[in-house]
Design a protein around this ligand. Structure first.
Ligand code: ZN
Ligand code: ZN
Length: 298
């Protein structure tokens, strides 16, 4: 037990130092400044080449989504999640140790060229995320968490990181075991992480981009807008276009849907009028909703 408390303590202390150095010493290997730079860059594109010209530069929920962005990217994912996951990883390894398993690495790819290691990491991680995303739409209790992301009414870059912190836990947990078996360390995520952040920002931006023929590989603002539309096709009530960074899984598995450009399609979900509007209410909503259901089942 003491060991785990020490890990939590070290994680917070390590993170605090890390955050301070990130904020005050810009460098190429620095998430904070990359996120800031990408956000400003995509925002400038939205300002100078908007798809929906009548959408305000400070669109609806701009500041709320900006807060989500920093909360999810730094305060949660790197502070709390780091501490929790360091403990979970240690506990998991201790658990495996009980059975005499010391190392989970099943596939040794250290000898592969570095670019192919990255490509494999990226493909595996993205495919897992595509599946987790489908599950978020399919399982009712998980959908209550995912509603935060779908409560966006006007798309803009910051909507990318508007989601409930529980999603970080779900996505990262689902990725951990397969990636640990391939033998990747977390440091390797940096380039992949920056690339996926850029594509994710663009997917939610008020920009008319499809990347030409690359649209069958890369997710894009037009395709992702259809993921957010309020009225789904009758035969696909759970959703369409689940892609995160890559669109290829949707094309391969037939979940792609772009009937037309959809520039002014209404966004959201059925019954959204009752969905709370503030950060605190939104992140407590799934838990309150669950309680209400337990005390008053239909
Ligand atoms: Zn979704
Ligand atoms: Zn989205």
């Amino acid at each position: 037990m003491e060991k785990y408390i020490k890990i939590i303590g070290d994680s917070y202390y390590g993170y605090w130092n890390y955050l301070i150095s990130e904020m005050f010493y810009p460098s190429w290997h620095n998430y904070f400044w990359w996120l800031l730079g990408l956000s400003v860059g995509v925002w400038l594109l939205e300002i100078f080449r908007p798809w929906r010209e009548n959408q305000s530069v400070f669109r609806k929920d701009f500041w709320l989504d900006g807060f989500y962005m920093f909360f999810n990217y730094f305060l949660f994912s790197l502070i709390a999640y780091n501490a929790i996951s360091n403990v979970a990883v240690e506990a998991f390894n201790d658990f495996l140790g009980l059975f005499g398993i010391e190392n989970m690495v099943a596939l040794h790819i250290e000898t592969w060229p570095r670019w192919s290691q990255f490509l494999l990491l990226f493909l595996v991680a993205d495919f897992i995320q595509w599946n987790v995303h489908r599950v978020l739409h399919r399982v009712p209790i998980l959908w209550e968490f995912h509603k935060v992301h779908h409560s966006v009414e006007e798309m803009g870059f910051a909507a990318h990181l508007r989601f409930h912190w529980m999603e970080t836990i779900l996505y990262k947990s689902a990725q951990y075991i397969p990636l640990a078996m391939i033998g990747f360390g977390l440091e390797d995520f940096f380039i992949v992480h920056i690339f996926t952040t850029a594509i994710g920002h663009l997917n939610h931006a008020n920009l008319r981009i499809t990347y030409g023929p690359l649209k069958y590989i890369l997710n894009n603002p037009i395709m992702h807008l259809w993921h957010h539309v309020k009225v789904l096709p009758k035969d696909r009530p759970y959703g369409v276009n689940y892609g995160i960074t890559l669109s290829v899984w949707d094309y391969l598995f037939g979940t792609n849907y772009i009937p037309h450009e959809g520039k002014d399609e209404p966004l959201g979900f059925e019954g959204m009028e009752e969905f709370p509007k503030t950060f605190f209410q939104q992140i407590t909503y799934p838990f309150i909703k669950k309680k209400q259901h337990e005390s008053n089942p239909q």
